[in-house]
Design a protein around this ligand. Structure first.
Ligand code: FRU
Length: 478
């Protein structure tokens, strides 16, 4: 272990002892202490799922990026491992930025962005981002192999390599900014070291962003999905309300050919907090995604408590008959379930009904009969900080949070299709909520910061009646 890695461990041990747990997740992956952002290097290797992540072990603020590391047998119970990478080489002296992992025979290979300035760090003109390699046999200790792709001439923002194997070659997509246009660049290699420039895979049309972060390119039911996190898209009506988005383009691609897509960028999550998702394959072939459950420049009240940031639940992707991406909790999430508590009453008229008191780790399962629910608003309320409800006038499902900070107060919502039933799986953790709608049709993920005594969950129906076909909740165990 290098000196910097040792120092990080020592610091984390001290900071971990001082965490205030009031909002620290019960079942989402968060750093032991300090700052976390994007998931990195999600991979299954040697019998374990590995999750790395952007990490600053010395502070609750973003800083020189390290790669934090955890592993799991089931994607929901995580074991922390020593910090895997620290910014300590000439190629990554200002940070080990986001990247991915692949299994190459008996070796786990991390491919990440080395972030560095040549001269003062106050201008992008001095910024260089290069792609680097680190390898490991045991999946815990990594040997740095240095830079494998230099910054292309004229570029400065060039980061977040995602590598995959196809046929007998390795491919890599990298996000880039050319003037004010977001791009995804493509590379090919036979050995993860020598990379051949294959040109531009995709590029922003006007309005689609000045920088495309964290690209990921994979096959789903015969289609190709380009998932990425654009910076600089403007809000439109109810959509793209967060500072930055994450979403996808769908199309066709074969090695050596152009990526042909329909130009329609679709957001993956309609809540306040989901960014920089990365996908990986489970050993049984499912395409699973995890994202950062937070948003740049949004207040993070947990920083007072010694930590910041967490990852979303793992989500399985599929395509429906209309080629729309579905995203539902990975099957493994049910491993968190403890006891089930059915809700006895199935019809509410102008009333509130207590479901559970003081909830900090529950999965609520609700199936509403919309035809029998003419109430103006109906759904659930948690204390004074969260409501998730159907607004029958706008025909939308709304997530409304009221944070301790006004910047955390507001709504996100999705349009509801015609239909006589609405099924919701709602995962509440100490400072997050994830709402999965109709088995993956939509998802809303947001951070919440309940104050003491504000964790009672109630069903409600205002101005009329609402009817449930099924209702209950699972207590979730660690
Ligand atoms: C996305 C991102 C990446 C970058 C990393 C730095 O959230 O900005 O583009 O590699 O975070 O921490």
């Amino acid at each position: 272990m290098t000196n910097l890695l040792k120092q990080a461990e020592e610091r984390l041990e001290k900071m971990q002892a001082e965490i205030n747990p009031r909002w620290y997740p019960r079942y989402h992956l968060a750093a032991r202490a300090g700052w976390m952002n994007d998931p990195n290097g999600l991979v299954w290797f040697d019998g374990w799922y590995h999750a790395f992540y952007q990490h600053h072990p010395y502070s609750t603020k973003w800083g020189p990026m390290h790669w934090g590391h955890a592993r799991s047998q089931d994607l929901v119970h995580w074991e922390h491992l020593p910090v895997a990478l620290a910014p300590e080489g000439p190629e990554d002296k200002e940070g080990c930025f986001s990247g991915s992992a692949v299994v190459d025979g008996d070796t786990l290979a991390l491919i990440y962005t080395g972030h560095k300035f040549h001269g003062p760090a106050d201008t992008d003109d001095n910024l260089y981002q290069v792609q680097c390699l680190a390898t490991s046999r045991d999946g815990i200790h990594f040997e740095r192999q240095g830079m494998v792709i230099d910054t292309p001439p004229g570029l400065h923002h060039f980061r977040d390599p995602k590598v995959w194997r196809e046929g007998n070659a390795w491919y890599m997509v990298v996000g880039a900014r050319v003037d004010n246009t977001g791009q995804v660049r493509l590379y090919r290699s036979s050995d993860l070291r020598d990379w051949h420039d294959e040109g531009i895979l995709a590029e922003a049309e006007p309005g689609m962003g000045y920088m495309w972060e964290c690209p990921d390119f994979f096959t789903l039911h015969g289609k190709r999905v380009l998932m990425f996190s654009p910076q600089g898209m403007a809000a439109e009506g109810y959509e793209k309300r967060n500072l930055f988005q994450s979403g996808y383009l769908l199309g066709e691609w074969q090695p050596g050919e152009a990526f042909v897509h329909n130009g329609q960028f679709i957001e993956m999550d309609s809540g306040h907090d989901f960014y920089a998702p990365q996908s990986f394959l489970s050993p049984d072939g499912r395409r699973i995604v995890m994202g950062w459950l937070a948003m740049w420049e949004s207040p993070m009240p947990e920083q007072q408590d010694g930590w910041a940031g967490m990852l979303s639940l793992p989500r399985e992707l599929s395509l429906d008959d209309n080629n729309r991406l579905l995203m539902k909790p990975a099957a493994e999430v049910t491993a968190l379930r403890g006891s089930y508590f059915p809700v006895p009453a199935h019809c509410l008229t102008n009333q509130r009904l207590l479901v559970t008191a003081d909830a900090d780790a529950v999965e609520l399962c609700l199936e509403w009969d919309r035809i029998a629910s003419p109430a103006e608003q109906f759904g659930i309320v948690m204390g004074n900080g969260l409501r998730i409800y159907v607004d029958n006038q706008s025909q939308r499902l709304v997530l409304e949070r009221s944070g301790p900070d006004c910047a955390l107060t507001g709504t996100r919502s999705i349009a509801l299709a015609e239909g006589d039933s609405l099924s919701l799986r709602i995962f509440i953790d100490r400072s997050s909520v994830e709402v999965f709608v109709n088995d993956g049709e939509a998802c809303l993920s947001s951070r919440i910061y309940p104050q003491p005594g504000q964790r009672d969950i109630m069903l409600f129906a205002n101005s009329g009646t609402a009817a449930l076909k099924e209702a209950g909740y699972w207590s979730l165990d660690r």
